[in-house]
Design a binder for this molecule. Structure first.
Ligand SMILES: O=C(O)c1ccccc1N[C@@H]1O[C@H](COP(=O)(O)O)[C@@H](O)[C@H]1O
Length: 232
């Protein structure tokens, strides 16, 4: 990692947010919530191994403590499907993980949802594309480009973040694992807002290792990882 991009960031005063994604099992939800992540994600994409199911039990969402924001992850559904599902299950955030357009994102945001727009990053990704989204979303989420739309378990080259110069805050995602807190600590990008963890913490799909998750949350917070206060 180059010093230019990954020097210690001690100048801002807000800790990085943490999202734990791909939840489904009620007891596991309770165990992970005990670690107090900021966001908990549920996958509404039928082809995912972490799919919550066609008719998820509303009780799995209702058991999440109110201070943890619930996130629905969708891939190229109709906007009304996203909006209706979020309203039905009390999800404040829609994570759009497909090829949703700026207008699509704007429609979901206009319905009162917080919008995380995911982009799949590789060496060829054009960060200039993001400009047309910047007024239509609340956060970007940078994931690794792969065969699947998400949940690849692969990291991208984090130095590519240097090409991101917009002012929309972002989540870092893609293959983050229990040993990554020290390297994350050294990322100094001013718009880094949060870390999204998923398959790297699983015992099996949709079942997180609660002990490793709690340790990671604590490590990230104990490191005092900082972010700029740039939320839209
Ligand atoms: O987890 C999935 O199965 C999934 C399916 C479709 C879209 C998104 C999905 N998950 C998101 O993928 C990233 C990275 O996950 P990983 O750490 O590489 O396993 C994360 O943002 C999840 O929300």
């Amino acid at each position: 990692m180059s010093k230019h991009h990954f020097s210690k960031n001690m100048e801002s005063d807000k800790a990085l947010k943490i999202k734990v994604c791909g939840m489904r099992d009620p007891e596991n939800i309770d165990a992970v919530c005990a670690a107090r992540p900021d966001y908990l994600g549920f996958i509404f994409y039928p082809k995912s191994k972490r799919y919550v199911g066609e008719k998820p039990d509303p009780a799995i969402f209702a058991r999440v403590p109110s201070e943890i924001e619930k996130v629905g992850v969708f891939v190229n559904d109709e906007p009304n499907v996203v909006i209706d599902s979020c309203q039905q299950f009390g999800l404040a955030v829609a994570q759009l993980h497909g090829s949703e357009t700026p207008d699509y994102c704007g429609a979901v945001k206009k319905a009162g949802l917080t919008v995380f727009k995911a982009f799949s990053i590789d060496e060829d990704f054009d960060f200039g594309l993001l400009e047309s989204y910047s007024k239509m979303v609340d956060f970007f989420l940078f994931d690794t480009k792969g065969r699947l739309p998400g949940g690849t378990g692969e990291k991208f080259n984090w130095q590519l973040l240097d090409h991101y110069t917009d002012n929309v805050p972002f989540f870092l995602s893609g293959g983050i694992g229990p040993g990554d807190a020290p390297e994350i600590r050294n990322i100094s990008h001013p718009q880094l807002f949060g870390i999204d963890i998923n398959s790297g913490f699983e015992l099996k799909p949709a079942l997180k290792d609660a002990r490793k998750t709690a340790k990671f949350v604590k490590e990230v917070r104990d490191f005092g990882i900082k972010r700029n206060d740039t939320g839209n």
